[in-house]
Design a binder for this molecule. Structure first.
Ligand code: ATP
Length: 536
């Protein structure tokens, strides 16, 4: 835990990790605050704007009951429980139930389509899933192909055949459940990430992942909580940024959070919500900030105390806009699912240099290295590496020892991002060293999209790249070679886009489809994505 300090050097040099041997996220982020006084944990605002308040006592009770449901239905320690829900009360209940019982939870983004869902559920061997009626519609099409998936709980008015109704099951269960005394190193959650080649990989994190995030979160939210703090993020609670950095890091400190299920990010509605609920602390990715700036949002009544941002580059201009609009600095962070939040900033510790991501988070030794993990001189461009071990690094990629081994070299975790460190310790982001696309803060692997495109009857071959986009950092573009008998047309392009939206994920569809007769290839037949990128 960080304490208020006036300078970064002292904080950085004096920092010592203090990770206990035994640690369970449910105890630390919920039960400690469930003291019978009904402390506020969550304000859930539904699509019509109606708000429901839930206390830590209630969340503790609900999650104990649901842990009993899962145990009664046959799950044993180590089993995987998928959570296919958007921001909601049910989402943390399921994660906490899993943590209590020693199960491993798997957050799944609600925009996932059938392919994305099927791969993750099959790869993790999930035994149970909690979803809502919209999620079940997608699941229904693939459940026959998932032999491990025995228990499906649906949040909603009715439970389709072969599923159980979430709330009635929970309410019928006993409220008594003794949380398992887990080691801090015991597996807790698998979060899937995308790479350049092959399928997504499940980053398996231990219970200590929450503790590992605290130094950066505390640095970016201006140290420890202050009276009136209330957290909100439009980022889905399916990614590490929403689930761990926003939801569970806030709850670790007993800071309540606002949850809201919005169909789409609406800049002015977001401002209104911040004003109406008196939100103090936000995680707003740069794309959300850009959309707000573009919409010329009005900010009367918004009183933010801390803004943290990341997942893509913030840049100097946007920082100026944040200062002018909210009267405070945006604290940028850099991290990734596997190691998270290793660089950050706080203007009380050191002046923010516009365009820089900040300095290494206390507790982390971040260096610019080559692909062997050898350090490069200051000012030289190289891979952003994180010296190991550190408490918030993943345990491994789930059942993927080759990918796990490739992630490390010379004692460093290699992020796959290129950067520069200057003489004053500031880090500057350059780009990805691979073909991974950063779009609206999402990390998207081109190969998963190419695999889905290949399933479309008109597609013979395809190559997917990111092209520069002023709002989203990058847009997804698919170069498509058609099969004989198919002719390029706008209608076919739209059909292909819709196909990816439904089949794979709504946030992974190519905004641009370009038909071509050939793709540039290496002598060994590998598509030269780099060349396609230069064509825009
Ligand atoms: N400040 C930043 N500037 C530029 N790129 C960033 C920054 N922070 C993260 N990224 C990009 O995002 C990648 C990590 O994406 P990933 O989805 O694993 O996690 P995340 O962005 O930390 O979390 P989340 O997906 O929950 O927002 C990094 O490898 C990098 O390419």
């Amino acid at each position: 835990m960080l304490t208020e300090a006036s300078d970064y050097e002292t904080l950085y040099r004096n920092f010592r990790w203090d990770i206990p041997d035994r640690f369970n996220i449910a105890t630390a982020c919920c039960d400690r605050h469930a003291d019978g006084t009904n402390r506020l944990a969550l304000i859930y605002v539904d699509e019509d704007g109606a708000a429901t308040r839930t206390s830590f006592d209630e969340v503790a009770d609900f999650s104990r009951r649901f842990a009993n449901v899962l145990k009664q239905d046959g799950l044993v320690r180590g089993d995987r429980v998928a959570v296919f829900l958007s921001q909601s009360l049910e989402l943390p209940i399921v994660h906490l139930a899993a943590f209590r019982a020693g199960f491993v939870s798997i957050p799944l983004f609600t925009l996932f389509g059938e392919d994305a869902l099927e791969f993750r559920l099959a790869n993790s061997g999930a035994k149970a899933i909690v979803t809502d009626e919209a999620g079940y519609e997608k699941l229904a099409k693939i459940r026959d192909r998932l032999p491990d998936l025995k228990n499906i709980y649906v949040v909603g008015a009715s439970a389709p055949a072969g599923t159980k109704s979430f709330w009635p099951s929970l309410k019928a269960a006993s409220p008594d459940f003794t949380t398992i005394d887990t080691a801090a190193d015991d597996p807790a959650v698998i979060i899937y990430t995308s790479g350049t080649t092959g399928n997504p990989k499940g980053a398996l994190h231990a219970h200590r992942v929450v503790l590992g995030h605290l130094p950066n979160i505390e640095m970016c939210h201006d140290f420890l909580p202050k009276p009136g703090d209330l957290m909100w993020t439009p980022a889905d609670w399916a990614w590490i940024g929403g689930l761990i950095n926003a939801l569970f890091a806030a709850w670790y400190h007993a800071v309540p959070i606002v949850g809201h299920r919005a169909r789409k990010f609406e800049p002015q509605a977001a401002m209104q919500m911040m004003a109406d609920y008196g939100i103090h602390n936000v995680f707003l990715p740069p794309t959300a900030l850009k959309l707000m700036r573009q919409a010329g949002v009005k900010h009367e009544g918004v009183r933010l105390r801390s803004i943290f941002t990341g997942g893509e580059s913030l840049g100097g201009e946007l920082l100026d806009w944040v200062r002018a609009t909210f009267g405070i600095d945006a604290h940028e962070v850099f991290g990734q699912t596997e190691c998270n939040l290793v660089i950050g900033s706080n203007s009380k510790l050191f002046p923010i240099r516009p365009g820089s991501m900040g300095k290494a988070t206390p507790g982390f030794d971040v260096r610019i290295v080559n692909d062997k993990g050898e350090e490069l001189p200051r000012g030289q461009r190289g891979i952003i590496g994180v010296r190991q071990p550190v408490p918030c690094t993943m345990l491994e990629y789930w059942r993927n020892p080759e990918a796990t081994a490739k992630k490390y070299a010379g004692g460093f975790l290699l992020t796959g991002d290129l950067g520069i460190q200057d003489e004053d310790d500031y880090f500057w982001y350059v780009s990805r060293e691979d073909d991974v696309i950063t779009t609206a803060g999402y990390r998207v692997g081109p190969s998963e999209i190419e695999h889905t495109l290949m399933k479309h009857p008109a597609v013979a071959m395809s190559a997917v790249v990111g092209i520069p986009d002023p709002i989203r950092t990058e847009s997804i573009k698919a170069w498509v070679v058609l099969r004989p008998g198919f002719a390029p047309s706008d209608a076919l392009a739209r059909e292909i886009q819709d196909f990816v939206k439904v089949q794979l994920a709504a946030h992974e569809y190519p905004r641009f489809v370009q038909f071509t007769d050939t793709l540039p290839m290496t002598a060994t037949g590998k598509v030269l994505r780099r060349e396609l990128r230069t064509l825009g």
